[in-house]
Design a protein around this ligand. Structure first.
Ligand code: ZN
Length: 237
């Protein structure tokens, strides 16, 4: 028996499953021109100030920062961030108030969003995104959706790469330690002293080009990380 039961694509759109799928995923495939990666999302999630979240909500950490064998090259490779398990197009959140400094394709990092957080004076970078939801110059608050998880750049599967760089010294900070310390920074920003430091660093932050970037390099600092498991003392609120 060779009965052709294929459903025309437009009928698939009418099914409930098709409708749910269409609503659930901001974009249906990864085959887009660069401009198509922008999916604006002025969405804000009510993050509790005192709870620890990862950039993908309660996503699990699959690879700690430090040295490891790279899954693509097989070579020993310094890993400057942490890899967070994620589903395709799962929202990626801003953990701490800041300003978006760089957005775009960035070599091995794929589509990346970089945010400057005036307190505690760090930059965080989310890489391998399928789409971005903010543009350079956007002021973002804790809980804001900044993009959607994907597998762009050098990546073996959908995940979010999260890197934290200390702004004044350009050193890597162990990202998992940073994630765990974020509620302390939130509390500090709400103090008079923290608000002052935040405003001052926002005023004196380095200038940045408010355009989308598209480069072949990751354009990240080359130094090894601080001793694993201990963020620089100057980051403590
Ligand atoms: Zn990674």
């Amino acid at each position: 028996m060779n009965t052709n039961r294929a459903t025309p694509p437009f009928f698939a759109l009418l099914t409930l499953a098709g409708l749910v799928t269409a609503l659930a995923s901001p974009i249906a495939s990864q085959a887009y021109d660069f401009a198509g990666y922008y999916v604006p999302a002025p969405r804000q999630s009510a993050f509790r100030p005192d709870a620890v979240y990862s950039p993908v909500g309660m996503g699990t950490v699959t690879s700690r920062g430090g040295f490891r064998v790279h899954p693509v090259t097989g070579r020993g490779d310094f890993h400057n961030g942490v890899d967070l398990a994620a589903k395709l197009n799962e929202p990626v959140y801003c953990l701490l108030d800041g300003i978006v400094t760089r957005v775009g394709k960035r070599g091995n990092l794929g589509v990346a969003v970089e945010i400057y957080h005036p307190y505690p004076n760090v930059r965080t970078i989310c890489g391998h995104l399928n789409a971005y939801a903010v543009r350079p110059g956007d002021i973002v608050a804790r809980g804001r959706v900044i993009g959607y998880a994907g597998s762009t750049g050098r990546s073996t599967g959908v995940h979010v790469h999260y890197t934290v760089v200390k702004e004044d010294t350009n050193e890597y900070i162990e990202p998992y330690q940073f994630i765990k310390a974020v509620p302390n920074y939130v509390a500090a920003i709400n103090s008079a002293e923290g608000r002052f430091a935040y405003a001052q660093n926002m005023r004196t932050m380095p200038k940045f080009d408010r355009k989308l970037i598209d480069t072949d390099t990751e354009d990240l600092p080359a130094q090894p990380p601080k001793r694993e498991g201990s963020p620089p003392a100057s980051l403590e609120p």
